[in-house]
Write a protein that binds this ligand. Structure first.
Ligand code: URA
Length: 191
């Protein structure tokens, strides 16, 4: 089977959408290629574009804290984004960019085969749950995920940037969602 490093090398020269012309580099993903828990964010920001790793800026610091809050480290999980290249000025990724990039995410999911997928914010949640419902309605709930032979549970939560903007209540909600994630990871019924 193809491994993640091979797919990352293929992705590093991707020109499937217009973000290729403004990126510093492709930000493919990071972490354990056999992780039980996989996070999917929106897209690289400025620092991620420079460093080539997802969630290394301010929002990334919060994500790391939330991961550590359930007794794990970044190296225990796998972290990726819906789009692998930074949208200029941190604008939202556009539908054609998401469509062009989603085969890379599908391949990451097929290789990692996580038991639990946590979608961070609206873009990842809408893409992977194929829903129009918003994150505030869906967060903290456990959904079945089944696509291309990958069978998992999907738990949406707020994007860490939204938590940083939203203050204490948002943080409390997100911590509660991470407790749901932890319970699901520990339960025998993990698929
Ligand atoms: N926000 C995201 O959605 N992804 C990152 O990698 C960083 C910030």
């Amino acid at each position: 089977m193809t491994d993640l490093a091979t797919v990352a090398a293929e992705a590093s020269t991707c020109t499937a959408c217009k973000l290729a012309s403004t990126r510093t580099q492709v930000v493919f993903g990071v972490g354990d290629p056999a992780a039980d828990l996989m996070f999917v964010g929106e897209g690289p920001g400025e620092q991620e574009d420079v460093r080539g790793e997802p969630f290394v800026g301010r929002a990334g610091g919060l994500l790391t804290q939330l991961i550590e809050g359930i007794g794990l480290t970044r190296s225990d999980v796998y972290i990726a984004n819906v789009v692998k290249c930074r949208p200029p000025g941190n604008r939202d990724p556009q539908p054609d960019e998401i469509a062009a990039c989603s085969p890379w995410l599908d391949r990451q999911l097929e290789i990692v085969r996580p038991k639990v997928i946590v979608t961070l914010g609206n873009f990842a949640t809408k893409l992977l749950l194929d829903t129009k419902d918003g994150i505030t309605k869906l967060r903290g709930q456990v959904f079945p995920y089944e696509r291309a032979g990958v069978v998992a549970r999907l738990i949406p939560t707020l994007h860490p940037s939204a938590v940083l903007r939203g203050g204490g209540q948002r943080l409390a909600e997100t911590r509660a969602d991470f407790v749901v994630v932890k319970r699901r990871l520990m339960s025998g019924d993990d698929r």
